[in-house]
Design a protein around this ligand. Sequence first.
Ligand code: HGY
Ligand code: MN
Ligand code: MN
Ligand code: MN
Length: 406
Amino acid sequence: MMKNEAGVRIEEMLCQLADATRIDGEIWRAAYTLEDKIAKNILREWIEDLGLEYREDAIGNVYGRLPGTEPGTILTGSHLDTVKNGGKYDGALGVVTGVAALGYLKQSGFVPKHSLEVGGLMEEEGSRFPSGCQGSRAICGTLKEEDLEELSRDGVTLREALVSAGYQTEALKNVKRDDIRAIVELHIEQGPVLESEQKQIGIVDSIVGIVNYELTIQGSQNHAGTTSMSLRHDPVVAAAEFITESTRQMMAQAPSATLTYGAIQVFPGMQNVIADRVNLLIDLRDGSNEELLQDVVLLKRVLESIERKGFQTRLRQNDWLESVRMDPNVIRVIERHCEERHLAYKHMNSGAGHDSMVFGKHFPTAMIFVPSIGGISHNPAEATAVADIQTGFELLCDVLKELSAQ
Ligand code: HGY
Ligand code: MN
Ligand code: MN
Ligand code: MN
């Protein structure tokens, strides 16, 4: 057998998926777009070629299934969507490795007691709409009928996007699962810890809490040349002050928090116009829900200081995902197989969000991380060594076999 045969094949599959879904040279597989459809067609071909059962649900999650002899399902996989100008591995590695693992187990004659399934999940990133994890929320039954209207961006609601992509929104209630016994999601670490400590595997103990806001700071639109500096009400200056002051205070008072202003829009957006308003997208995270609540208080205090200077503001919460601990039994299974394979592994917390943070509230769930080269993610330069992919694949096969027999 060729060295790292599965790892090499998985890397090829990831390249195929990325190459087929590039727009203007960048990977951006947003939910319910042509790129999403292309990715699903490729996935379907792989799944069927491996002799697994293919299925798609009404929110657009796709599944490959290796049927078991008894009821109940062990789910692996991850998300199929990517951020704008994203990489090949975030999400896709878990999906593709899951397909490869189930294909390998089937070919080796393994018949699971409880069915094994790999899922390619919808819209984890918020790639299209203001909040993420729509596929996993629907599986858990927490995506509500009204969310289909409430979630909208650029004038398109989630329902409209679903309908235009050919999905039957009335079947949404059938997406909820009650057959899942355990979930294991394999993912790239997206940080530098495993590489710098020369570990092959990360076992995730918990995932951070995340709050996402959209903030509008309203100023007074006017002429750039005739309005003196002391008389203008420039929301761009207020936004700059808000960003620097909140960042400074957060670093000083909440060292474990991460605060990101990933998108700034200025309206109407011309060099000779003092802006009418500025929109900011805010991502705030912390290890525990208590800490996150305190961080929000800090953020709102800084915002009040901007309001006192005469700016009206509107803070809209797009998402609140609580931090969650992974399941101790699934963790133990992963750990035992790491020991058996003599792998260098490490328990760690995830600063990135995952479908597993939604699943973790409903099903026994845990995650396997593999190293990210240079700790880079949400970037086209994202990469993981083939040898590490191979290790992740082998460990995932072991873990799925054991979980399916429990
Ligand atoms: O935003 C996140 O942490 C993840 O990559 N969805
Ligand atoms: Mn991501
Ligand atoms: Mn991801
Ligand atoms: Mn003029």
